[in-house]
Design a protein around this ligand. Structure first.
Ligand code: HEM
Ligand code: HEM
Length: 175
């Protein structure tokens, strides 16, 4: 089994992170969708319970994934074009930014926060801290839905490259 990436194919760790995070993000968007469309129903109650801890886990995973990508940069399969590179960087950037802004808001709200059993913030008495709460209030959900759109474009392009004659079929590199 090839652990690290090669010029021909992504290695086991990259593929595990790619497909594992794809599944976790699918779940994350189910919870976001339930929050938007099915508020105050048992379906929302079920999915929403996982939104914050899973969002925190995704932040840890994207950190690990970025370090792994940097370590493998010189031996990964080459990018098909500039737009693909830009799209991948945008995916990384948003998966960093979206939960980071939410965590800042969570701290600023003064509420205790213990995701995955880790006592991250113990909370505080008094008013919330406005400058910490504002960015996520303005941007968290919009950036979240933008991420979903880019993911849909990414999946579409992966199959498009496969269908179009003369394009590099990128799917076997990640399978
Ligand atoms: C990659 C990780 C994350 C993604 C993709 C994501 C995505 C989203 C999306 C799309 C919405 C909008 C739902 C709607 O329109 O009703 C949302 C809402 C929300 N998320 Fe996240 N989220 C992530 C991480 C987090 C984390 C770590 C927290 C808390 C620590 C959090 C807390 C919230 C809250 C409180 C809302 C409802 C208020 C709002 O719309 O801003 N999220 N999230
Ligand atoms: C059914 C879902 C998906 C399919 C079929 C798919 C397919 C692929 C393929 C074929 C590649 C290799 C592209 C190349 O070598 O040029 C790739 C790379 C990549 N994909 Fe996906 N993908 C899916 C879901 C996702 C999701 C949900 C994300 C969200 C983060 C994502 C992020 C990335 C990134 C960042 C890369 C670049 C390699 C890396 O740094 O890991 N993909 N994907």
């Amino acid at each position: 089994m090839q652990i690290t990436d090669t010029k021909e194919r992504y290695g086991f760790i990259t593929r595990l992170l790619h497909w594992g995070m794809a599944l976790l993000l699918l779940w994350q968007f189910l919870s976001a969708g339930a929050h938007l469309l099915l508020s105050d129903t048992p379906v929302e109650e079920f999915f929403w319970a996982t939104h914050k801890p899973l969002g925190f886990l995704l932040l840890i995973l994207i950190f690990i994934r970025s370090l792994w990508a940097l370590a493998n940069l010189s031996r990964r399969p080459p990018s098909v074009n500039r737009v693909a590179t830009l799209g991948h960087v945008a995916l990384y950037g948003l998966i960093f930014l979206i939960p980071s802004l939410a965590l800042l808001r969570q701290y600023g709200s003064g509420e205790a926060f213990e995701p995955l059993g880790i006592a991250l913030f113990s909370g505080f008495e008094g008013d919330e801290i406005a400058w910490m709460v504002l960015p996520a209030n303005l941007l968290h959900s919009w950036f979240g839905w933008a991420l979903l759109l880019i993911i849909i474009g990414h999946v579409f392009m992966a199959f498009q490259h496969r269908r179009q004659p003369g394009h590099v079929d990128v799917l076997p590199r990640m399978k």
